[in-house]
Write a protein that binds this ligand. Structure first.
Ligand SMILES: [Zn+2]
Length: 255
């Protein structure tokens, strides 16, 4: 039986805690204190950490958690973060607490970025860090637009019932933007209404699903007529899907 819980960190980060009858893991602990407090409260012993990319708000809690359990396993990409003990790359398969994760290489936000996909724990699950958000995608800091677009296409092709666990609560802002890019998309309007209500009550809007993202995330919809028209009207750009993606990403950066 798999349980997944969000632990809040900083202002809008989520550290995902996964437990099965074989143990526990967290993904992207940007801070150690909220994790340690939660574990203590729930009487959970933490065995494993997965890291998606090197940014501090995803790795800053490593040293604190290692101090707590010197034998903890830390799995992540090949980068400069010394605390990562097991380095993995795209297409690797790892078994952690009875869950088989396929590593997906998703460069763009950073060059080292990886995502973890698992389908042996019930509904498929995806931990995608800062690559895809509910209704949006990460900023492109290190990679190219082409790399990021190809990374998002890999995630887009996962089964539509895949539950998407991203690392930030950005859904409402993202859907406000999506609504501006595609004002006639009723799925976006309906989702924005639902999400705004959730946020008013300070509720989490995650996980999302690939199916939901396909209908409402503009970055997965760059091949759609509505978005191509919107980009043509705003920037006078016509082009291939990657060029449309670049224009949508630049629009979002100044939104
Ligand atoms: Zn990041």
């Amino acid at each position: 039986m798999i349980k997944i819980k969000a632990i809040k960190a900083f202002t809008d980060n989520y550290i995902w805690l996964v437990t099965t009858n074989e143990g526990s893991l967290v993904i992207d602990p940007g801070e150690s204190k909220p994790v340690i407090d939660y574990l203590k409260n729930e009487d959970i012993f933490l065995d494993n950490i997965l890291i998606t990319h090197h940014h501090f708000d995803h790795t800053g809690g490593l040293s604190g958690l290692i101090k707590h359990n010197k034998n903890i396993s830390v799995i992540g990409p090949n980068n400069h973060i010394e605390e990562i003990k097991t380095r993995v790359k795209g297409d690797d398969c790892i078994n952690v607490i009875g869950l088989e994760f396929i590593v997906i290489s998703v460069p763009g936000h950073t060059l080292d970025h990886i995502a973890f996909y698992c389908e042996n724990g019930g509904d498929p699950i995806l931990f995608c860090g800062d690559t895809m958000f509910a209704g949006g995608c990460g900023r492109i800091f290190e990679g190219t637009y082409d790399q990021m677009y190809k990374s998002l296409m890999k995630l887009k092709n996962l089964p539509s019932n895949t539950k998407v666990y991203c690392a930030h609560e950005y859904t409402e802002q993202n859907l406000n933007f999506a609504n501006c890019v595609e004002p006639l998309n009723k799925d976006i309007v309906a989702r924005l209404k639902k999400v705004s209500n959730q946020r008013e009550l300070n509720k989490i809007t995650l996980p999302s699903s690939i199916g939901e993202e396909l209908k409402t995330n503009p970055f997965l919809r760059c091949d759609k007529k509505n978005i191509r028209e919107s980009i043509f009207n705003k920037y006078n750009i016509e082009g291939n899907d990657t060029e449309i993606f670049e224009a949508v990403r630049n629009w979002k950066d100044t939104f």
